[in-house]
Design a protein around this ligand. Structure first.
Ligand code: ADP
Length: 371
């Protein structure tokens, strides 16, 4: 008995303590003299339930098993020990031992110290609550932001249409009376509003993505790459460019979004090509828990220090005269990859080319069954 790690207390028919082992004495912090003969813990010992409410004495496992003559199992008791001035949590079982006539002879109580486990549980619960609150805050502010961008861009379109329309009208009506410089101003105004329209439409597209996984299915990446190759074939042929891809895996994703991601990356390779004949390669390596895709080109590359920036909304490394664009394409790529809980990045050497990589987690078991 004394070699057991579990506390054992033997109580007589009136719940008086007849015996207890070493582990029990250690857990309770009392001596044999203090415990033997007692029918309950000293009054200064507060006993509470898991929910923090006081534990009524008649409900204590020992007395309850004695009264009902039935085992009382897996009872969690929080005990304040005045001797050491601390709380311990015990998991208690009490079994009544009956004689031939069904009369109670004694009750065997056994208990183990689960204080560590309770502390960890409490920490985990509080962390989980914090996390839930943070996730709720984030989801709300994200949804608010997306709604704001959508409404703002939507509402901006109408006044812009009027500005463009009236400036064009002005040019048409007074074109002949205006001097060359005024004509130039009107052309700039029309160009500016056309660019603003493109920015608004791109922003609207960016805002339209939702992070729902409802359209996730098995996506054959060979088919995706083939589709992108076909969609861009004319521009590729014009540029004398080539798109190659290795045998690619089947992933669990939103096929439409992944196709757009690959199309954006290959489209950028085409746009930011150098004087060299362009070669774009799509490859994939399998890693633990994820696939790592890469879309690599031999184009103009990205200057050192700008690799992170290019994924930000409206961030461009060139002006509109050298390369047309709005700086939304890679922000959309990042959003798509995040919807898939992956990561995106770029490694690049100016003048040598860029390697845009992204990861897609492998399906969890349940998703895998769907595959
Ligand atoms: P956009 O092409 O409309 O400017 P993106 O978000 O697609 O917007 O790209 C952001 C910037 O990243 C581009 O302006 C360009 O400077 C740089 N970039 C993107 N793709 C490449 C690439 N393949 N090679 C070199 N630079 C690139």
């Amino acid at each position: 008995m004394n070699s057991l790690k579990v506390g054992v207390v033997l109580q007589g028919p009136d719940a008086e303590v007849l015996f207890c082992n070493e582990a029990a004495l250690e857990m309770l912090g009392l001596s044999r003299d203090e415990l033997y003969g007692r029918t309950s813990l000293p009054p200064s010992w507060e006993v509470k339930k898991e929910d923090g409410k006081p534990f009524p004495r008649q409900e204590h496992p020992g007395p309850k098993a004695a009264r009902t003559k039935k085992p009382v199992e897996n009872i969690v008791m929080g005990i304040y020990r005045p001797v050491t001035g601390d709380h311990i949590w015990l998991l208690v079982n009490a079994i009544p031992v009956l004689d031939k006539n069904g009369e109670l002879r004694e009750v065997i109580c056994s208990f183990s110290d689960i204080t560590e486990r309770k502390i960890s549980e409490e920490k985990l619960r509080s962390l989980y609550n914090d996390l839930e609150a943070r996730a709720f805050e984030l989801a709300t502010s994200n949804a608010d932001l997306e709604k704001f961008v959508y409404v703002a861009t939507h509402d901006l379109q109408e006044p812009l249409r009027r500005i463009t329309g009236f400036v064009q009208l002005l040019g048409k009506k007074f074109g002949k009376q205006l001097d060359e410089q005024s004509g130039e101003y009107i052309r700039h105004a029309v160009d500016g509003s056309a660019r603003m329209k493109k920015l608004i439409l791109d922003l609207l597209e960016y805002a339209r993505f939702s992070s729902s996984r409802e359209h996730f299915t098995a996506t054959n990446m060979n088919e995706v790459a083939g589709k992108v190759k076909a969609a861009l074939s004319e521009q590729m042929a014009e540029a004398g460019a080539e798109l190659l891809f290795d045998p690619l895996p089947v992933i669990f994703s939103d096929t439409r979004l992944i196709t757009q991601l690959i199309e954006n990356l290959v489209g950028n390779a085409l746009k930011y090509r150098s004087a060299e004949p362009l070669l774009v390669r799509i490859t994939c390596t399998e890693e633990t828990g994820q696939f790592r895709f890469s879309v690599a080109d031999n184009g103009i590359g990205i200057a050192a220090g700008y690799a992170e920036k290019v994924f930000d909304l409206f961030q461009r490394l060139h002006n509109n005269e050298s390369y047309e664009g709005t700086g939304v394409g890679l922000a959309i790529c990042q959003k798509i990859v995040r919807i898939h809980q992956g990561m995106i990045g770029v490694e690049s050497l100016p003048g040598k080319g860029s390697n845009f990589w992204f990861t897609i987690p492998k399906p969890k078991t349940r998703d895998h069954e769907e595959l």
